[in-house]
Design a protein around this ligand. Structure first.
Ligand code: GAP
Length: 444
C-alpha cells in the first residue's frame, strides 16, 4: 500500500488532537506562531534530544557537553558579527500591508491575492529592501539606558566559543575535540510559519568540532556523512533526506564550506541542519576582542594552533516537526482505516502500551505490575478503557511501537501478547523478557 499523503494540516490537527503541540496562549487567540509542547510532544522532543546527546556526547570520547547562558555580554554579539550582520532583507507591500523577506518572496503568499500562487508579487507595491536585524533586544536590570541592552542568543554556538579555554583546560581536551550544547535560541524572524519549521523561539542542538586546519576538510566530510547516518538511525526515511552542498558564492562570510542536510517537507526540500566549516573565524575574532589567547598548544611540537571549527547545527524543534511528518501514515487495519505514526522505538513518546484484556480476574492488577516493572526502563502507558482494537488504534495514532495485552494465559503462564504497531503481528513473550525483547527491536 503506498504511503498516505502527508500534509501540514493533518500534522497540525493530529498534534493538537493527541496532545503533541498546542498553540501558545490559545485561550487568548494564540500568539505570533509560538507553540507549546503537550504531554506527548514534550516526550517526543526529549527523546530526540536524548538520542542526540547520547550519540553526539556520551558515546564519544572526543566530545563533551556545555550549557551556556542565553544572556551573554553584548560584546559577544558585536564580536560574532550578529549585532551588525545578522540581518534579513525586509520589504513591505504598500497595497496589502504584508511584510516579506526579499530573498524568500518566491515562497511567500501575498495576502491580497490569496487565491494566487505563492510568489506572485509582481504587481505588489513593494518598498526597496531594508536590512532588519533579527536579534531580540532586551534590557538587563531596572535601569533603562543603552548600557543595559543585550540580546537573547540567536544561536547556541557563541557560548561554546567564549568557553573554549574553560572547556579545553578543565577537561584536558586535545585536538580534535568537540563541544556540544542544546537549548533555546531566539530570532525575530520577519516571516515565521509552516508550524514548527520557522518560529521566533526555537531549540537548537549544536556541536563545535575543533580540529587542526589541515584536517578540517576531512572532518567536514565526516560530519556531513555522520549526521545523515544519525537521522537514518532515528528512523527517518532515506528518500526524504539529502545533503545539499552550498555553492561558494552562497557561503556565509565566515564559512569555507557548508552543506545543508535537507528534508523533503510537504512544500519541498528545505533545511533541517547546516554543517559548516567556520574555519578560525570565531576563535580569532574573540581572541582579538578579549585579549585572551583562544588557541591550543600541541604538546609534541609546542606549536600554538588556532583550531578550525566544523559545526553540525540542527534544530530540535524543527526535528520534532520532521519526526511527525516522516512518521505519519494511514492504512487499513482489521477492515478499518487507521491513522498511525511510525516512530522509531528510540524516539516514540510511549514505547509500550499495557492493557488488561478485561477489567476483572486480576488482569488490571497484573497489567499495573508490568507497568511498574518497566517504567524506569522506557515510557509505559496503561489503558483499560474500551475494546482492545480501539486501544491499539489510540496507541497507533500516537506512535507507540508495542502494546502488551494481559489475558487469561498471562494469569496462568506468565506471558503476554505483544502486538507490533507496523506489522500488527503478535507474539507471546514472558513478562520478565519484555524489556530485552523491546531493547533488541530498539537497537535494530
Ligand atoms: N550556529 C549556526 C546556526 O545557528 P543556522 O543554520 O542559522 O546555523 C541551525 O541554524 C539550525 O537551527 C537550522 O538548520 C534549523 O534547523 C534551526 N533553526 C534556525 N532558525 C530557526 C527558526 N527560526 N525556527 C526553527 N528552527 C530554526
Amino acid at each position: 500500500m503506498p504511503r498516505a499523503e502527508v500534509t501540514l494540516d493533518k500534522i497540525v490537527s493530529l498534534s493538537k488532537r493527541r496532545g503533541f503541540v498546542f498553540q501558545a496562549s490559545e485561550i487568548y487567540g494564540g500568539f505570533e506562531s509560538t507553540w507549546d509542547y503537550g504531554p506527548l510532544g514534550v516526550e517526543l522532543k526529549r527523546r530526540i534530544a536524548d538520542a542526540w546527546w547520547r550519540d553526539m556526547v556520551m558515546a564519544r570520547e572526543d566530545v563533551v557537553g556545555l550549557d551556556s547562558a542565553i544572556l551573554q555580554a553584548p560584546k559577544v554579539w558585536e564580536v560574532s558579527g550578529h549585532a551588525t550582520g545578522f540581518n534579513d532583507p525586509l520589504v513591505d507591500c504598500k497595497a496589502c500591508k504584508g511584510r516579506f523577506r526579499a530573498d524568500k518572496l518566491a515562497m511567500s503568499q501575498c495576502p491580497r491575492k490569496p487565491s494566487k500562487h505563492p510568489g506572485e508579487h509582481s504587481d505588489c507595491a513593494l518598498t526597496p529592501p531594508r536590512q532588519f536585524n533579527m536579534m531580540f533586544k532586551t534590557q538587563v536590570g531596572p535601569v533603562e539606558d543603552s548600557a543595559a541592552i543585550t540580546y537573547l542568543r540567536p544561536e547556541t554556538a557563541q557560548g561554546i566559543f567564549t568557553n573554549f579555554l574553560n572547556v579545553q583546560q578543565t577537561m584536558r581536551m586535545k585536538l580534535p575535540f568537540g563541544v556540544a550544547q542544546m537549548g533555546k535560541s531566539f530570532r525575530n524572524e520577519i516571516v515565521t510559519g509552516n508550524f514548527l519549521f520557522r518560529t521566533r523561539e526555537f531549540e537548537q542542538m549544536e556541536m563545535e568540532y575543533f580540529c587542526r586546519p589541515e584536517e578540517s576538510a576531512a572532518k567536514f566530510e565526516y560530519w556531513v556523512a555522520e549526521r545523515l547516518r544519525w537521522y537514518r538511525s532515528i528512523g527517518l526515511r532515506e528518500e526524504n533526506l539529502r545533503a545539499r552542498p552550498y555553492e561558494k558564492k552562497d557561503l556565509a562570510h565566515y564559512a569555507a564550506a557548508c552543506t545543508d542536510i535537507e528534508y523533503r517537507y510537504p512544500w519541498g526540500w528545505d533545511e533541517l541542519e547546516g554543517v559548516a566549516n567556520r574555519t578560525t573565524f570565531d576563535l580569532t575574532r574573540h581572541s582579538e576582542a578579549s585579549g585572551k589567547k583562544l588557541q591550543w598548544m600541541d604538546p609534541d611540537t609546542k606549536e600554538w594552533i588556532t583550531p578550525h571549527v566544523v559545526e553540525p547545527a540542527a534544530g530540535l524543534s524543527r526535528l520534532v516537526l520532521v519526526a511527525l511528518l516522516d512518521a505519519y501514515d494511514e492504512d487499513v487495519a482489521d477492515g478499518e482505516p487507521r491513522t498511525l505514526l511510525r516512530f522509531h522505538p528510540r524516539i516514540a513518546p510511549i514505547t509500550l502500551g499495557v492493557f488488561p484484556l478485561v477489567k476483572r480476574d486480576g488482569m488490571p492488577e497484573k497489567a499495573r505490575e508490568i507497568v511498574r516493572r518497566y517504567l524506569d526502563r522506557f515510557p509505559v502507558f496503561y489503558d483499560e478503557s474500551g475494546a482492545i482494537g480501539r486501544r491499539y488504534r489510540r496507541q497507533d495514532e500516537v506512535g507507540t511501537p508495542f502494546c502488551a495485552t494481559v489475558d487469561g494465559e498471562t494469569m496462568t503462564g506468565g506471558t503476554v501478547t505483544i502486538r507490533e504497531r507496523d506489522s500488527m503481528k503478535q507474539e507471546r513473550v514472558r513478562i520478565e523478557a519484555i524489556g530485552d525483547w523491546i531493547d533488541a527491536r530498539t537497537r535494530a
